[in-house]
Design a binder for this molecule. Structure first.
Ligand code: URA
Length: 217
């Protein structure tokens, strides 16, 4: 049955909410379920044309229950705004919905294990089925691995679209990587990836936008 757009819109939001309710009670990874403060399901527009996929919640995301709200998140928000969009226009989710556990008193984050990624992936796959984005951006090597199984360096994979079950998937640098490597070269490469995404989505691109992060001669 083809639903009118207004019903279909409500339906996507309702389906995402039902999935969120299921994820919130998830105990597939008992160690993560007992460590977490919040399940960080995802945020954004159920009709987003563009989906960003990160690795896993960090400490701030676990505390607030929303993806990409810490330092890396602020940079991701700036990247989205540089594309002349807002966070509310896109959808943002992670491979893992729970923060990877750390020994008490240990700072920082750890990479999700393959078992954790496999256990969690069905949530993201269903989110993608519901939202039907036109483009997916995989932020960093772990997001790429979680989505495709490819274990390749992001520098080698960025800059060209892959196929994720019929949806163009563009790997690019994780914002944390850009924070740790703040050279103009990496910023420009990440921006060129986002320009490719804008072109794919047929979004208007100004001359000013085309010139972001180019070295001044
Ligand atoms: N890094 C990620 O990969 N995801 C978040 O939600 C926050 C930081």
């Amino acid at each position: 049955m083809i639903l009118p757009a207004c019903f279909e819109g409500k339906e996507r939001a309702a389906r995402l909410e039902a999935l969120r309710a299921k994820a919130i009670g998830c105990r597939r990874c008992a160690h993560l379920a007992s460590f977490r403060t919040h399940v960080v399901f995802g945020v954004g527009n159920p009709h987003a044309r563009l989906l960003f996929v990160g690795e896993a919640p960090g400490v701030e995301e676990d505390r607030l229950g929303e993806p990409f709200v810490g330092r890396a998140g602020k940079l991701l928000t700036s990247m989205i705004q540089a594309m002349e969009m807002e966070r509310e226009d896109v959808y943002i989710a992670n491979i893992l919905k729970c923060r990877p556990d750390m020994p008490p008193g240990t700072p920082g984050n750890r990479k999700p294990t393959q078992e954790e990624m496999k256990a969690c992936l069905s949530y993201l796959r269903t989110q993608i089925e519901i939202i039907q984005p036109e483009v997916i951006v995989a932020l960093g090597a772990t997001a790429l691995e979680g989505l495709t199984g490819l274990r390749k360096g992001i520098s080698a994979m960025r800059g060209a679209f892959l196929d994720f079950h019929g949806i163009p998937l563009l790997p690019t640098f994780h914002p944390s990587y850009l924070l740790h490597n703040p050279s103009l070269r990496f910023k420009r490469q990440a921006w060129e990836d986002l320009l490719l995404v804008m072109e794919r989505l047929r979004l208007p691109i100004s001359e000013r936008q085309r010139g972001f992060f180019l070295a001044k001669s």
